[in-house]
Ligand binder design. Structure first.
Ligand SMILES: *[C@@H]1O[C@H](CO)[C@@H](O)[C@H](O)[C@H]1NC(C)=O
Ligand SMILES: *[C@@H]1O[C@H](CO)[C@@H](O)[C@H](O)[C@H]1NC(C)=O
Length: 462
């Protein structure tokens, strides 16, 4: 929902959020003349396309007369949805609670319109203070906020329904107030066209992709993204000569693919798998390959057909050369995790009691000959080398994969004295750490688990 209204800015206008994210502090008055670009709200699809085919007016924030005015003090106070904030107030998002808070402007910190902030706002960036919050945290806070607003909106809709005013009249009043309601769907339409427009700058395109990534996480949005032609565009974007476009296109693709079979099918038909492998196989900045690997993982998980194609296209060789390349070390643990997940996915399915509807899936998985390919291509020797890494988290993932591989690489591992030494060292290190952990009262601790993994592998080799 977007509201551009001089003087009063209802807090339900999600616009404030975006600006908040851009600056944490802002002055409403500086915004009042400007229609901000993207609103962050979710209105059910059924609201968008009503049976009559007319563009319906949702009852969200329906009655402007119901607007309550918030009275700011010099302390931060929580805002309720529907409350209007006097111009000039400072509003911020509390990341812990997902609530918005407002107060009177603070004179010396009131320089909210710095050049940097204006730039961010223009770009619609959400990367506030990178030192304090990760974008993940922001997104979580956004999700929380949306949830609580949904509940409040429901309550308000009830209110409005009681009053029962004709939709046309409401619409007129909206128009008078220069209010504009935006759904996720409409926002995605705008973002896609921004990304697709030859008039957009590189920064604008990247910003559009950055925002799209937020929306396509939701399964329904991802389906709309598909029907709007957005998926094809980002797949094409993987072929861009601009590294930043490639990177963000892969990011959006990965998000849209996550646990979304419909998108997975369309994407593989649209040639995304080949393009991702090309990115991973060629000279590219780490950031680009990182996102490409993320998209590849989302494409392969729980999609045996894609796994089969991946093997056919030589994907495993691509990962192996990536694994060995200088400068790509941060990707190794991700590759290890992906292989482990894919191997386990198939094993768990084979172990489970499966009904008839699983038969087809089983047959598909049977054609994914991942483990033999892994063994053939030398991963048995490659993977344990990473046990030398100092990070426990990396070792944890490597131990898991070695634990699975040991059944298939046993002879090689038995003859590998370096591996034997590495495992013995890890055992003594984790024995000590597990003992400390236990003495601090943690009986099922992390190090104990790692120790158990090491011991299991040693037993298998013994
Ligand atoms: C992208 O732009 C081209 C050329 O203007 C147009 O033909 C195409 O339909 C657009 N695609 C989408 C998904 O908007
Ligand atoms: C992708 O880019 C390569 C060269 O960078 C080009 O040869 C190929 O035709 C492009 N593919 C598409 C579908 O644009």
């Amino acid at each position: 929902m977007l509201v551009a209204m001089p003087g009063l800015l209802p807090t339900t206008a999600r616009v404030s959020l975006l600006v908040l994210l851009g600056s944490l502090l802002f002055s409403c008055s500086s915004l009042s003349h400007r229609a901000p670009e993207f609103a962050l709200t979710k209105i059910e699809e059924s609201d968008i396309k009503d049976a009559s085919g007319k563009e319906p007016v949702t009852e969200d924030d329906a009655d402007p007369e119901d607007l309550e005015v918030f009275h700011p003090t010099d302390q931060w106070q929580s805002l309720r949805a529907g409350q209007a904030v006097p111009a000039g107030s400072h509003v911020r998002l509390n990341l812990q609670t997902g609530e918005r808070e407002a107060k009177l402007p603070d004179r010396e910190n009131g320089q909210s319109d710095s050049r940097e902030e204006r730039r961010r706002r223009r770009l619609g960036k959400v990367d506030v203070d990178a030192n304090s919050f990760t974008s993940e945290e922001l997104k979580k806070a956004l999700a929380k906020m949306k949830a609580s607003e949904k509940a409040e909106r429901k309550a308000r809709e009830e209110e409005v329904r009681k009053k029962f005013r004709p939709i046309e009249q409401l619409k007129e009043e909206f128009e008078k107030l220069n209010m504009k309601i935006e759904t996720d769907y409409e926002i995605m339409v705008k973002l896609i066209s921004k990304f697709n427009s030859s008039a957009s700058t590189l920064d604008e395109k990247v910003a559009a992709l950055y925002d799209l990534e937020y929306y396509v996480h939701q399964v329904d949005n991802a389906k709309d993204f598909l029907s709007l032609g957005g998926l094809q565009l980002v797949i094409k974007g993987l072929n861009s000569s601009e590294a930043s476009l490639k990177e963000h296109a892969a990011f959006v693709l990965g998000a849209a693919l996550s646990s979304n079979p419909k998108v997975q099918i369309e994407a593989i038909e649209g040639g995304a798998l080949q393009k991702l492998l090309v990115i991973l196989a060629t000279e590219q900045p780490l950031a680009v390959r990182k996102k490409a690997l993320f998209a590849l993982s989302s494409m392969l998980r729980h999609f045996p057909y894609a796994q089969q194609q991946f093997l056919k296209l030589g994907g495993l060789q691509v990962l192996r050369s990536l694994f060995r390349q200088k400068g790509m070390e941060p990707l190794r643990v991700r590759v290890v995790t992906l292989l482990y997940d894919l191997i386990m996915e198939k094993m768990l399915l084979e172990d489970s009691q499966h009904g008839e509807q699983m038969e087809e899936k089983m047959q598909q998985y049977q054609q994914v000959r991942l483990v033999p390919a892994v063994v053939e291509q030398g991963w048995c020797a490659l993977v344990p080398k990473l046990l030398a890494m100092p990070e426990h988290d990396t070792r944890e993932k490597v131990l898991k994969l070695v634990g699975v591989l040991v059944a298939f690489c046993r002879e090689l591992y038995r003859g590998d004295s370096a591996l034997g030494t590495a495992l013995s060292l890890l055992r003594s290190e984790y024995e000590q750490l597990a003992a400390e952990e236990q003495s601090q009262g943690d009986k099922d601790g992390y190090f104990r688990e790692l120790l158990a993994s090491v011991n299991t592998i040693l037993r298998e080799l013994g």
